[in-house]
Design a protein around this ligand. Structure first.
Ligand SMILES: NC(=O)c1ccc[n+]([C@@H]2O[C@H](COP(=O)([O-])OP(=O)(O)OC[C@H]3O[C@@H](n4cnc5c(N)ncnc54)[C@H](O)[C@@H]3O)[C@@H](O)[C@H]2O)c1
Length: 302
C-alpha cells in the first residue's frame, strides 16, 4: 500500500490560495483552506469546481478541499501549511506566530509572498528551520513554476521535502538559494519591463510596438529557449561583444521610471481605469484575458 499523501493547509482563499488548493487536491492530497472573509471561503469550492470543469479535469477532486472558518482547525494535523493572504508583512508575521501554536513540530511552513523577503516573514518563528518561501504564478493551475526559496535558517530536509512535494503535484520547482527581492522570475521579468518602459519614455517607439517586438521575436522562442541556453547557442564570445555595445545604453536606473510614476499620478492605472500605457476598452481587456488563458491552456501539454 502506498504511503498517504501529505495533508495540505492553505491560508487565504483568494486568487492564489484557491488555485494552490486546487492543484494539491487534483494531485490527491487532502486540503484544508481558510480565509478571514466569509464570502471568499463560501465560494472557494464553486470556484475550484468551475476551474476544473473548464480545464476538463476531474471536478470531483474538489471534494478533497475542506473549507474551515477557524485557522487552528485548518492547520491542525497538516504536514504542510502554505500562506497566501494579502501582501502585508505584519499580517503574515502575525499569522505564522498563530499557526506555529497549532501545528505539529515537523509541519513545514511556507509563504507565497510575491516580494516580501521570506526572512522578514519567518524571523519571529521559534523553529525557523522548517520555514521557506514557495512563489507560485497566476493562475497556479496553469503556470508550472513554483520558486522554492530558502532562508539562512531553512534545513536541507525542509527544502528537499518541499521541492519533492511540488514536483509530485506536477509543478516545476525551482530552488532559489538566497532570499533576494524578486527571487528569480520577477527579477528577470522586471529587468525587461524597466527597459520596455524606458524605450517608450525616450520616444524610441510606442507601447504597442514594444509588445509587438517581444511577441514577434524572442518571445516566440522563450518557452523552449532560456536566455542562457540562447547565449550558449550564439556563443559567449558573441554575447560579450553584444554586451560591450548594448549594456552601456540600457536603462540601469535603480528606481521606478518617472514615466511610470506620472502614469500612476495621472490615475492611468491600466485595465482598472481604462488607460495605462495605452487605452483599454472593456472588450479589449476581455479579449486579452481570454487570449492569455487560451494560450496557457494550449501550453499545458508542452
Ligand atoms: N496575484 C498574483 O498574481 C500573485 C502571484 C504570486 C504571489 N502572489 C502573492 O500571494 C498572496 C495572495 O495574493 P492573491 O492575489 O491571492 O490575493 P487575494 O486578495 O486574491 O487573496 C488574499 C486572501 O487573503 C485573505 N485574508 C486576508 N487576511 C486574512 C487573514 N487574517 N486570515 C485568512 N485570510 C486572510 C483575503 O480575504 C483574501 O481572500 C500575496 O502575498 C501575493 O503577493 C500573488
Amino acid at each position: 500500500m502506498s504511503a498517504p499523501k501529505p495533508k495540505i493547509s492553505v491560508i487565504g482563499a483568494g486568487l492564489m490560495g484557491h488555485g494552490i488548493a486546487q492543484v494539491f487536491a487534483l494531485a490527491g492530497h487532502d486540503v484544508t483552506i481558510t480565509d478571514a472573509v466569509a464570502a471568499s471561503l463560501d465560494t472557494v469550492a464553486s470556484r475550484i469546481a468551475a476551474n476544473l470543469r473548464d480545464l476538463g479535469e476531474d471536478a470531483s477532486a474538489v471534494a478533497r478541499v475542506r473549507p474551515c472558518r477557524d485557522l487552528a482547525e485548518a492547520v491542525r494535523g497538516a504536514d504542510y501549511v502554505v500562506e497566501a493572504v494579502s501582501e502585508d508583512l505584519a499580517l503574515k508575521q502575525m499569522l505564522f506566530a498563530e499557526i506555529e501554536r497549532h501545528v505539529q513540530p515537523d509541519t513545514i511552513l511556507a509563504s507565497n509572498t510575491s516580494v516580501i523577503p521570506i526572512t522578514a516573514i519567518m524571523q519571529g518563528l521559534s523553529a525557523r528551520e522548517r520555514a521557506l518561501g514557495t512563489h507560485w504564478w497566476n493562475p497556479p493551475y496553469l503556470v508550472p513554476l513554483v520558486e522554492v526559496i530558502e532562508t539562512q535558517w531553512t534545513s536541507p530536509q525542509t527544502l528537499a521535502w518541499t521541492m519533492k512535494l511540488h514536483e509530485a503535484a506536477g509543478k516545476k520547482a525551482a530552488h532559489v538559494k538566497k532570499d533576494v527581492p524578486g527571487f528569480i522570475g520577477n527579477r528577470l521579468q522586471h529587468a525587461l519591463w524597466r527597459e520596455a518602459i524606458s524605450l517608450v519614455e525616450h520616444g524610441i517607439c510606442d507601447a504597442e510596438t514594444v509588445d509587438a517586438v517581444v511577441k514577434a521575436s524572442f518571445g516566440r522562442r522563450l518557452p523552449v529557449l532560456g536566455p542562457l541556453e540562447n547565449a550558449d547557442q550564439v556563443g559567449t564570445d558573441l554575447t560579450l561583444a553584444i554586451h560591450n555595445v548594448v549594456l552601456p545604453a540600457i536603462d540601469s536606473r535603480p528606481a521606478p521610471s518617472p514615466y511610470l510614476q506620472k502614469l500612476v499620478a495621472d490615475k492611468k492605472l491600466g485595465f482598472k481605469s481604462g488607460e495605462g500605457f495605452r487605452k483599454w476598452s472593456a472588450a479589449e481587456q476581455a479579449a486579452l484575458r481570454s487570449r492569455v488563458m487560451q494560450h496557457l491552456k494550449s501550453m499545458q501539454s508542452l
